[in-house]
Design a binder for this molecule. Structure first.
Ligand SMILES: [Fe+2]
Length: 287
């Protein structure tokens, strides 16, 4: 299968053409997609009409699948698939405007995912886009003083804070004892050296980063707010406007994403996500 890779919008996003994921992929095609993914952080494959099994099989080319800790959204027949659906398709709990805050997936895990592969099934005609930001570019654009300030520092991540905020707003069920016990503080470097590319990327996110280790609460809050504001400047952002059948796959270690709002009473938005296991990230590195 001859594929073509075309950069779209920003340098960290490319569209891959000439791939039909409903058919088995040969090793050469898989290798070409993998290379394109390392080159671009985010890949878009349009018009994919695939089954859940084919989505899972495609994901397995890039690593082992990771389950989500919130079982409410796992597809009963295929728990490797997380269903993001405001209509609760497939027997899962409905999720309205679920990822509408800037985050990288599951950084509250000691070993955050390497990446995610999202398949748009039913998408609203207006809103419900996904914004992506390039955390390599965001790091590189920091001033020297800020790079020095974050050099060698670790940040603390935990899911509890985000989940409880959503639960209090009625968007999540009360946490189970198992969930509460499982949500522990984990630490990751603020500046990570990407394990595959060797490039440095910022690795804090509004979704799950709760503090900078070793700073007073007010200093930590101010620094994180400043970094978040820096990362989401327009020059770093690519907006993906969904069409049914689109697949977007992102490297979770060097990007953040955020869904935009849409009218949940008027439109359906249903997506399937698979998540690829990652590894513990290296210790804090020098800026
Ligand atoms: Fe997400």
């Amino acid at each position: 299968m001859a594929i073509s890779v075309r950069e779209i919008g920003k340098t960290f996003v490319a569209e891959v053409e000439g791939v039909d994921l409903s058919r088995p992929l040969d090793a050469e095609t898989v290798a070409a997609i993998r290379q394109a993914w390392w080159d671009h952080s985010i890949l878009v494959l349009r018009g994919q009409s695939i089954t859940e099994e084919q989505h899972i099989a495609f994901t397995r080319h890039f690593g082992e699948l990771q389950d989500h800790s919130v079982k409410d959204w796992l597809l009963p027949a295929h728990p490797e698939i997380l269903v993001l659906s405001n209509r609760g398709r497939g027997g899962v709990k409905p999720l309205d405007n679920g990822g509408a805050y800037w985050h990288s997936d599951m950084t509250y895990e000691a070993e955050p995912p390497m990446g995610s592969i999202l398949h748009g099934l039913t998408v609203p005609p207006d809103g419900g886009d996904t914004l992506y930001t390039d955390m390599y570019a965001a790091y590189e654009a920091l001033d020297d003083e800020t790079k020095k300030l974050i050099e060698g520092r670790m940040a603390i991540h935990n899911y509890r804070h985000r989940y409880m905020k959503m639960a209090e707003g009625g968007k999540r069920s009360a946490p189970t004892a198992e969930q509460l016990a499982g949500w522990r503080d984990v630490e990751h470097p603020i500046v990570l050296k990407h394990p595959d590319s060797g490039r440095k990327a910022l690795f804090v996110n509004e979704g799950f980063t709760v503090a900078v280790k070793g700073l007073a609460a007010d200093e930590s809050e101010a620094l994180l707010a400043r970094l978040y504001a820096h990362c989401v400047q327009p020059q770093f952002i690519h907006a993906h406007k969904w069409s049914p059948g689109d697949i977007v796959m992102w490297d979770n270690r060097c990007t953040m994403h955020c869904a935009t709002q849409y009218d949940v009473s008027k439109y359906e938005r249903t997506m399937h996500r698979t998540t690829i296991k990652g590894a513990a990230l290296c210790q804090a590195v020098a800026a």
